[in-house]
Design a protein around this ligand. Sequence first.
Ligand SMILES: [Mn+2]
Length: 261
Amino acid sequence: MASLCLIAAVNNDVVLEQNLASSALVRKNPDILTTMRNYSSASAAYNAGLDRTSTDIAVFAHQDVYLPQGWEDALLRNIAVIEETDPGWGVIGVYGVRDDGGHAGRVWSSGLNRELDTGSKEPVKASSVDELLIVLRRGSGLRFDEDLPGFHMYGTDICQESLERGHGVYVVNAPVVHNSVPVFSLAGGYTDAYCYMRRKWRHRLPVKTTVTTITPLSLSFLYLKWRIAGFSGRRARLRRSQTELMPRESAPDIAQLLGYE
Ligand SMILES: [Mn+2]
Protein backbone atom coordinates (compact mmCIF):
# COMPACT_ATOMS: atom_id res chain seq x y z
CA MET A 1 0.00 0.00 0.00
CA ALA A 2 2.65 2.43 1.01
CA SER A 3 4.41 4.08 -1.92
CA LEU A 4 6.24 6.45 0.38
CA CYS A 5 7.76 6.47 3.85
CA LEU A 6 8.09 9.23 6.42
CA ILE A 7 11.34 9.73 8.35
CA ALA A 8 11.74 12.16 11.26
CA ALA A 9 14.52 13.09 13.66
CA VAL A 10 12.79 13.27 17.04
CA ASN A 11 13.90 14.88 20.29
CA ASN A 12 10.48 15.82 21.68
CA ASP A 13 7.66 13.27 21.80
CA VAL A 14 5.00 15.79 22.76
CA VAL A 15 5.78 17.89 19.68
CA LEU A 16 5.85 14.73 17.55
CA GLU A 17 2.47 13.51 18.87
CA GLN A 18 0.80 16.90 18.41
CA ASN A 19 2.07 17.40 14.87
CA LEU A 20 3.65 14.84 12.53
CA ALA A 21 2.18 11.81 14.33
CA SER A 22 -1.31 13.35 14.37
CA SER A 23 -1.32 13.59 10.56
CA ALA A 24 -4.06 11.39 9.01
CA LEU A 25 -1.44 9.51 6.99
CA VAL A 26 0.34 8.41 10.18
CA ARG A 27 -2.82 7.74 12.20
CA LYS A 28 -4.11 5.42 9.44
CA ASN A 29 -0.77 3.69 9.00
CA PRO A 30 1.61 4.17 11.96
CA ASP A 31 4.26 1.96 10.32
CA ILE A 32 4.75 4.58 7.62
CA LEU A 33 6.69 6.72 10.13
CA THR A 34 10.28 5.90 11.09
CA THR A 35 11.61 7.97 13.99
CA MET A 36 15.31 8.58 14.50
CA ARG A 37 16.59 9.54 17.96
CA ASN A 38 19.89 10.58 19.54
CA TYR A 39 21.85 11.28 16.37
CA SER A 40 24.51 13.97 16.41
CA SER A 41 23.43 15.44 13.08
CA ALA A 42 20.37 15.57 10.86
CA SER A 43 22.39 14.00 8.03
CA ALA A 44 23.35 10.98 10.16
CA ALA A 45 19.75 10.54 11.36
CA TYR A 46 18.31 10.84 7.86
CA ASN A 47 20.80 8.44 6.21
CA ALA A 48 20.11 5.87 8.94
CA GLY A 49 16.39 6.39 8.26
CA LEU A 50 16.99 5.85 4.56
CA ASP A 51 18.75 2.57 5.35
CA ARG A 52 15.84 1.39 7.51
CA THR A 53 13.22 1.98 4.80
CA SER A 54 12.76 0.84 1.22
CA THR A 55 10.09 2.87 -0.62
CA ASP A 56 11.25 4.82 -3.66
CA ILE A 57 9.84 8.06 -2.24
CA ALA A 58 11.32 9.04 1.14
CA VAL A 59 9.80 12.02 2.93
CA PHE A 60 11.95 13.63 5.65
CA ALA A 61 9.83 15.89 7.82
CA HIS A 62 10.38 17.87 11.00
CA GLN A 63 8.59 16.50 14.06
CA ASP A 64 6.71 19.83 14.19
CA VAL A 65 5.20 19.46 10.70
CA TYR A 66 1.55 18.43 10.31
CA LEU A 67 0.52 16.84 7.02
CA PRO A 68 -3.09 17.72 6.16
CA GLN A 69 -5.50 14.99 5.10
CA GLY A 70 -4.83 14.00 1.48
CA TRP A 71 -1.33 15.52 1.50
CA GLU A 72 0.27 12.38 0.07
CA ASP A 73 -2.15 12.45 -2.90
CA ALA A 74 -1.15 16.04 -3.65
CA LEU A 75 2.53 15.05 -3.47
CA LEU A 76 2.09 12.01 -5.73
CA ARG A 77 0.09 14.08 -8.27
CA ASN A 78 2.92 16.62 -8.37
CA ILE A 79 5.54 13.89 -8.75
CA ALA A 80 3.59 12.52 -11.73
CA VAL A 81 3.64 15.99 -13.33
CA ILE A 82 7.39 16.36 -12.71
CA GLU A 83 8.12 12.89 -14.12
CA GLU A 84 6.43 13.75 -17.43
CA THR A 85 9.51 15.85 -18.22
CA ASP A 86 12.07 14.83 -15.57
CA PRO A 87 11.91 11.19 -14.43
CA GLY A 88 15.41 11.57 -12.97
CA TRP A 89 14.49 14.24 -10.41
CA GLY A 90 16.30 14.17 -7.07
CA VAL A 91 14.74 16.40 -4.41
CA ILE A 92 11.33 18.02 -3.84
CA GLY A 93 10.31 20.50 -1.15
CA VAL A 94 7.11 22.27 -0.16
CA TYR A 95 8.90 25.60 0.33
CA GLY A 96 12.17 26.78 -1.17
CA VAL A 97 14.21 29.13 -3.32
CA ARG A 98 13.69 29.35 -7.08
CA ASP A 99 16.56 29.57 -9.57
CA ASP A 100 16.00 33.34 -9.83
CA GLY A 101 16.36 33.78 -6.05
CA GLY A 102 12.68 34.31 -5.22
CA HIS A 103 10.80 31.99 -2.89
CA ALA A 104 8.25 29.35 -3.92
CA GLY A 105 5.73 27.24 -2.03
CA ARG A 106 2.90 27.35 0.45
CA VAL A 107 3.19 26.62 4.16
CA TRP A 108 1.75 27.82 7.44
CA SER A 109 4.52 28.93 9.78
CA SER A 110 3.57 29.15 13.45
CA GLY A 111 6.97 30.70 14.18
CA LEU A 112 6.19 33.59 11.83
CA ASN A 113 2.50 33.36 12.75
CA ARG A 114 1.44 33.60 9.09
CA GLU A 115 0.97 31.68 5.90
CA LEU A 116 3.70 31.87 3.27
CA ASP A 117 2.15 31.43 -0.18
CA THR A 118 3.83 32.43 -3.43
CA GLY A 119 0.81 31.31 -5.44
CA SER A 120 2.49 28.79 -7.74
CA LYS A 121 0.18 25.85 -8.49
CA GLU A 122 2.57 23.87 -10.73
CA PRO A 123 5.93 22.39 -9.68
CA VAL A 124 8.67 25.05 -9.79
CA LYS A 125 12.38 24.41 -10.43
CA ALA A 126 14.32 25.28 -7.29
CA SER A 127 17.91 25.70 -6.14
CA SER A 128 17.25 24.99 -2.46
CA VAL A 129 14.40 23.62 -0.32
CA ASP A 130 13.52 24.37 3.29
CA GLU A 131 14.43 21.64 5.78
CA LEU A 132 10.91 21.52 7.20
CA LEU A 133 10.13 18.84 4.60
CA ILE A 134 12.41 17.15 2.06
CA VAL A 135 11.26 14.53 -0.44
CA LEU A 136 13.99 12.29 -1.88
CA ARG A 137 13.75 9.88 -4.82
CA ARG A 138 15.71 6.89 -3.56
CA GLY A 139 16.56 5.84 -7.11
CA SER A 140 18.62 9.01 -7.51
CA GLY A 141 21.22 7.48 -5.16
CA LEU A 142 21.44 10.76 -3.23
CA ARG A 143 22.37 10.67 0.45
CA PHE A 144 22.80 13.33 3.12
CA ASP A 145 26.35 14.54 3.77
CA GLU A 146 27.38 13.28 7.21
CA ASP A 147 30.33 15.67 7.29
CA LEU A 148 27.82 18.52 7.52
CA PRO A 149 27.60 19.12 11.30
CA GLY A 150 24.44 19.69 13.32
CA PHE A 151 20.85 20.29 12.32
CA HIS A 152 20.99 23.10 9.79
CA MET A 153 21.41 23.55 6.03
CA TYR A 154 21.14 19.84 5.15
CA GLY A 155 18.27 20.68 2.79
CA THR A 156 20.30 23.26 0.93
CA ASP A 157 23.24 20.86 0.85
CA ILE A 158 21.37 17.90 -0.63
CA CYS A 159 19.85 20.21 -3.26
CA GLN A 160 23.34 21.29 -4.37
CA GLU A 161 24.39 17.59 -4.46
CA SER A 162 21.31 16.80 -6.52
CA LEU A 163 21.89 19.63 -9.01
CA GLU A 164 25.62 18.81 -9.35
CA ARG A 165 24.70 15.24 -10.30
CA GLY A 166 22.08 16.37 -12.82
CA HIS A 167 18.96 15.53 -10.76
CA GLY A 168 16.25 18.19 -10.83
CA VAL A 169 15.12 19.97 -7.66
CA TYR A 170 11.54 21.24 -7.32
CA VAL A 171 9.10 22.95 -5.00
CA VAL A 172 5.53 21.69 -5.25
CA ASN A 173 2.16 22.98 -4.11
CA ALA A 174 1.37 20.55 -1.26
CA PRO A 175 0.89 22.81 1.76
CA VAL A 176 1.68 21.68 5.31
CA VAL A 177 1.50 23.24 8.75
CA HIS A 178 4.93 24.00 10.20
CA ASN A 179 4.11 24.33 13.87
CA SER A 180 7.63 25.60 14.46
CA VAL A 181 8.96 25.15 17.94
CA PRO A 182 12.47 26.37 18.72
CA VAL A 183 13.85 22.88 19.30
CA PHE A 184 17.22 23.31 17.61
CA SER A 185 18.95 26.55 18.47
CA LEU A 186 20.09 28.96 15.76
CA ALA A 187 23.30 29.57 17.72
CA GLY A 188 26.67 27.74 17.38
CA GLY A 189 25.47 24.89 15.21
CA TYR A 190 24.23 27.26 12.55
CA THR A 191 27.51 29.04 11.98
CA ASP A 192 29.39 25.70 11.86
CA ALA A 193 27.04 24.53 9.12
CA TYR A 194 27.40 27.87 7.32
CA CYS A 195 31.22 27.64 7.32
CA TYR A 196 31.15 24.02 6.14
CA MET A 197 28.76 24.87 3.31
CA ARG A 198 30.79 27.88 2.24
CA ARG A 199 33.93 25.72 1.96
CA LYS A 200 32.19 22.79 0.28
CA TRP A 201 30.24 24.78 -2.31
CA ARG A 202 32.90 27.45 -3.04
CA HIS A 203 32.40 26.89 -6.79
CA ARG A 204 28.62 27.41 -6.55
CA LEU A 205 28.50 30.53 -4.34
CA PRO A 206 26.44 32.49 -3.68
CA VAL A 207 24.02 29.75 -2.54
CA LYS A 208 20.63 30.94 -1.29
CA THR A 209 18.71 29.19 1.48
CA THR A 210 15.23 30.22 2.63
CA VAL A 211 16.91 31.91 5.61
CA THR A 212 20.16 33.41 4.31
CA THR A 213 22.63 33.57 1.42
CA ILE A 214 25.95 31.74 1.66
CA THR A 215 28.56 34.07 0.17
CA PRO A 216 32.36 33.89 -0.20
CA LEU A 217 33.06 37.02 1.86
CA SER A 218 34.01 36.79 5.53
CA LEU A 219 32.38 40.15 6.15
CA SER A 220 29.00 38.67 5.26
CA PHE A 221 29.71 35.86 7.71
CA LEU A 222 30.29 38.36 10.50
CA TYR A 223 27.13 40.12 9.42
CA LEU A 224 25.25 36.81 9.59
CA LYS A 225 26.56 36.14 13.11
CA TRP A 226 25.38 39.59 14.12
CA ARG A 227 22.01 39.04 12.44
CA ILE A 228 21.54 35.66 14.13
CA ALA A 229 22.35 37.13 17.52
CA GLY A 230 19.75 39.84 16.96
CA PHE A 231 17.29 37.40 15.41
CA SER A 232 17.46 34.92 18.31
CA GLY A 233 16.92 37.67 20.84
CA ARG A 234 14.00 39.12 18.89
CA ARG A 235 12.53 35.64 18.38
CA ALA A 236 12.75 34.84 22.07
CA ARG A 237 11.08 38.16 22.99
CA LEU A 238 8.40 37.66 20.31
CA ARG A 239 7.74 34.11 21.44
CA ARG A 240 7.36 35.20 25.05
CA SER A 241 4.87 37.90 24.13
CA GLN A 242 3.06 35.55 21.73
CA THR A 243 2.64 32.76 24.23
CA GLU A 244 1.42 35.30 26.76
CA LEU A 245 -1.05 36.91 24.37
CA MET A 246 -2.58 34.06 22.42
CA PRO A 247 -3.47 30.45 22.89
CA ARG A 248 -1.59 28.09 20.58
CA GLU A 249 -3.84 26.60 17.91
CA SER A 250 -3.58 22.88 17.30
CA ALA A 251 -2.06 21.83 13.96
CA PRO A 252 -5.25 20.11 12.68
CA ASP A 253 -7.25 23.26 13.53
CA ILE A 254 -4.80 25.45 11.59
CA ALA A 255 -4.94 23.07 8.60
CA GLN A 256 -8.75 23.22 8.61
CA LEU A 257 -8.84 27.00 8.97
CA LEU A 258 -6.52 27.43 5.97
CA GLY A 259 -8.46 24.96 3.82
CA TYR A 260 -5.51 22.55 3.63
CA GLU A 261 -7.85 19.62 4.33
MN1 LIG B 1 10.55 22.64 12.41
